[in-house]
Design a protein around this ligand. Sequence first.
Ligand SMILES: Nc1ncnc2c1ncn2[C@@H]1O[C@H](COP(=O)(O)OP(=O)(O)OP(=O)(O)O)[C@@H](O)[C@H]1O
Ligand SMILES: O=P(O)(O)OC[C@H]1O[C@H](OP(=O)(O)OP(=O)(O)O)[C@H](O)[C@@H]1O
Ligand SMILES: [Mg+2]
Length: 280
Amino acid sequence: MLRVALPNKGSLSDAASNMLREAGYRQRSDSKELTLLDAANGVEFFYLRPRDIALYVGEGTLDIGITGRDLLLDSGSAAVEAMQLGFGRSNFRFAARPGELDTLADLTGKRIATSYVGVVERYLAEQGIDARVVHLDGAVETSIQLGVADAIADVVETGSTLKQAGLVIVGDVIMESEAVLISREGAEPKGLTTFRRRLEGVLVARSYLMMDYDIPSDRLEEAIKLTPGLEGPTISPLHREGWVAVRSMVPRAGAQQLMDDLYEIGARAILLTDIHACRL
Ligand SMILES: Nc1ncnc2c1ncn2[C@@H]1O[C@H](COP(=O)(O)OP(=O)(O)OP(=O)(O)O)[C@@H](O)[C@H]1O
Ligand SMILES: O=P(O)(O)OC[C@H]1O[C@H](OP(=O)(O)OP(=O)(O)O)[C@H](O)[C@@H]1O
Ligand SMILES: [Mg+2]
């Protein structure tokens, strides 16, 4: 049985469960459920605080997990990133009141509030900045107003929380984060390969579409340049003299433009369909 840690709440929770459902796994129907056995697929899910997931996986208590890259780094756990999952994207940044602190160097000697002490201390050390890190559990934006800190370091997604708190960004991006699959360095638990392949299938199904079209044979080479597919398009004979049918996976982004371009060079009956699942 592969033992998998999943976020029980927070920003990554629903997206992680949705991805697993798309990959054909059972998921809990009630957010109060703490564990769920998917016997048919040989997997047991444990719903845990996102912040604790790297610890369980690093210790080897659980085989793999889904968490944020920022939380993984912050934990200092021995777990390693096994795969990027393409959701829960955010940047980790410093912020302060406008006009007070302009550059990273201005943080010297200041108090920086954050829930990610590990990430912040590591970054400050790398950059050679000597500052005091104040550990808070959340809602760190308010700490400046309340006089507990001079600056904060936190997750920024849309930036609307910072704006509401009247804060502005200071310095460069500390780190880029997204949801990641984590495992223990060197460990290859039974079932991991299949689990990964299923998640990869979801990523491909989400970012590609299937395109079909008919084209005069003498324009085929030109068309193939536009739709090379992942391993080469399938070309089938058409019951029409001088024409062939082409089937190829195309990136979802830009697919409409691609249809226009194919039409321009003579393709007709151009169809786009969703891919529900895939194993490359
Ligand atoms: N808008 C966002 N707010 C917070 N975290 C986000 C956001 N977008 C992505 N994330 C990622 O989600 C993870 C944080 O998850 P977590 O569930 O601990 O935070 P949370 O939503 O702030 O939950 P809580 O504050 O209830 O503990 C991090 O990896 C973070 O990068
Ligand atoms: O850039 P934005 O799109 O506004 O998102 C970022 C905000 O969302 C998170 O807070 P959350 O709501 O999880 O509260 P918390 O601070 O208590 O964790 C995070 O800590 C930021 O405050
Ligand atoms: Mg939060």
